[in-house]
Design a protein around this ligand. Structure first.
Ligand code: NAP
Length: 253
């Protein structure tokens, strides 16, 4: 039956940026669908762990700073130590630094691209190696952005890195389809999280944004649940290399 195709019982998912915002919403969604979740962040993921415990799910935290690729082996080995396999990788951790392009520093550029782009590729590579070893395929879901499609204002490194996420998602889907690995992405619209606090505090920008969202509201972490479970589950086995917008219609405008 079709609803069974969305079940994730027995699957193990790594989610980066698991302690708050969209990552937390996706962790809970995956756990509600039956997956065991390994959450990665620099700070404690206790709040996410509590939410998952409350629904009878399983969750393990790995504290790691994803601004360096040195931690990738640890992330993979801790996930294997906790649950013995990996079936799903969600590359959600991301940062944004706002400054006029004319003043943008190399330091900010490197910081943003390290987490949003370089780490994403090498985590994909490490997970894919594990999927190939296990011989049962796998699912990778990268978190893109509206700025994978649009230019944005005062966020050049973010736009560059999120545009790279969309391209990388296509590139890896091509190479790894033969291993039954699907690589897709979700492009969230304007969502209520720490990432957008600065924007939402700017009354004029906030009103402009809201006015342009056909749904008439900002998105929430819960809005990510449907798309993440679909892309992590057998229901999407013939979907590969695509970036799905969860944006209240923003891109359609
Ligand atoms: P958020 O509330 O700021 O959360 C960001 C997450 O990334 C946190 O869990 C954070 O963990 C983690 N993270 C950042 N740098 C890290 C590092 N060096 N090492 C380990 N973890 C790190 O943002 P969010 O809105 O939920 O964003 C999640 C993803 O969605 C990001 O990729 C973002 O670009 C994307 N996105 C968001 C929106 C939006 O409107 N909110 C729209 C489009 C795309 P720590 O707190 O431990 O650092």
């Amino acid at each position: 039956m079709v609803l069974d195709m969305f079940k994730l019982d027995g699957k193990v998912a790594i989610v980066t940026g698991a302690n708050t915002g969209l990552g937390q919403g996706m962790c809970v969604g995956l756990a509600e669908a039956g997956a065991k979740v390994v959450g990665v962040a620099r700070r404690s993921c206790d709040e996410t762990a509590e939410k998952i415990k409350a629904i009878g799910g399983e969750f393990t935290t790995v504290i790691a700073d994803l601004s360096t690729t040195d931690v990738i082996d640890t992330v993979i080995s801790e996930a294997l130590k906790a649950y013995g396999r990996i079936d799903i990788l969600v590359n959600n951790a991301g940062i944004i630094k706002r400054e006029d392009a004319i003043e943008y520093s190399m330091e900010d550029w490197d910081a943003v691209c390290a987490v949003n782009q370089k780490e994403v590729f090498f985590l994909c590579q490490a997970a894919a190696k594990q999927f190939i070893k296990q011989g049962e395929g796998g699912k990778i879901i990268n978190v893109a952005s509206m700025l994978s499609y649009q230019g944005g204002i005062r966020v050049p490194a973010y736009t560059a890195s999120k545009s790279a996420v969309l391209g990388l998602t296509r590139a890896l889907a091509n190479e790894w389809a033969k291993y039954d690995i699907q690589v897709n992405a979700i492009a969230p619209g304007y969502m209520v999280t720490n990432n957008t606090a600065q924007l939402r505090n700017d009354e004029d920008r906030s009103a402009e944004i809201l006015d342009r969202i056909p749904a008439g509201r900002w998105g929430t972490p819960d809005d990510m649940k449907g798309a993440i479970v679909w892309l992590a589950s057998p229901a999407s086995d013939y979907v590969n290399g695509f970036t799905v917008a969860v944006d209240g219609g923003w891109l359609a405008r």
